[in-house]
Structure formats: C-alpha cells, structure tokens
Design a protein around this ligand. Sequence first.
Ligand SMILES: [Zn+2]
Length: 188
Amino acid sequence: MFPVIRKNIKSCVLFCIATFLSISLACNENYATEKQAGVKTESGSKNIDQKGTVMPEKIIRSDEEWKRILTPEQYKITRKKGTEPPFTGKYNNYKEKGTFRCVGCGNDLFRSEAKYDSGTGWPSFWEPISEQNIKTTPDTSHGMIRTEVLCSRCDAHLGHVFNDGPPPTGLRYCINSASLDHVKKKEE
Ligand SMILES: [Zn+2]
C-alpha cells in the first residue's frame, strides 16, 4: 500500500509543477505580446516623414464638402477616380519650377525636377517628393491591372504608376493635372 500512495503523491507533485510552469509561461507570452503591441502603437502614432518632418494630420471630408471645395472636374477625378482626356490637362506641358501639391489638401506630392515628358499626354514624374506623401493600391478596373496612386493625406485619386519610366527609378507616375496645384519656386 505505502509505495503506491508515495507514487501517487509523487505524480501529483509533478503534475502541480507542470501546471504551474505552463501557467507562468503562458503569462510571460501574453506579456511579451502586449509589450510588442504597445511599441507598435507608439511608433505608428508618430507621423514623421523620411526627413524627420512631422506630417500634417489626415483629412477626412464628406462627399458634400468635397463637392463644395472642388470644381466639378477636380471632384470627378480625385473623389470618383476619373481620368482627364490626354493632352488636355493644364500641367501636361508645364515647365515652371516648383512643387506640385494635392488639389484637395495641399499635401506636397511632386517636384518639378522629377517631371519629364513621357509623350502620354499626362503630367509624368519619375519620383514623388516622399513615399509617405502618396500611397499606392492595386487597381483592376477597366480590364487592366494597374497601380493606383493616391494622396496619403486626403485619399484623393491622383493617377497611376507604371514601370516604364526613366532612370534612376524606372517609374512613371502618370498624374492627372486636375489632381494637382502648382506652387512656383521663389526667385533666389
Ligand atoms: Zn490630398
């Protein structure tokens, strides 16, 4: 009898230790996950661009507000993902030096130094001012597979980006004039 009871006590003790260990391990795992999530949120909430400049907050407006602020053409293109006919936009052949901003929110998008004549009929750029001022998303509309380019601040549709651009990026940001506003460079 006695050895059997001892064996039972031994296994009971072992079981208790195992349970305690697994509970404490699980707690540690939870703690680690929470800690990671906390770090993620902190870094995500800081809105800083590549050059360390704090970016303006995101702009969210109702459809009615956009209709009031924008011209019918600007509204159709930026809020309804329209495309202006080629060779008709005011910035297609535009050569002035300066910055092209988002027509909806004033976010800096492209520098005139990155503009080139692609011959397509739309203003074309080989790079944006900052990857953080724009965002891209797959677009499968009109039976084509394209990459849509949007303003990261107000989600305005700007145009599309293609892989047939000039060096150094090899990219062609094909942008509607109606999505842009040009600010001339000040004379030095
Ligand atoms: Zn914008």
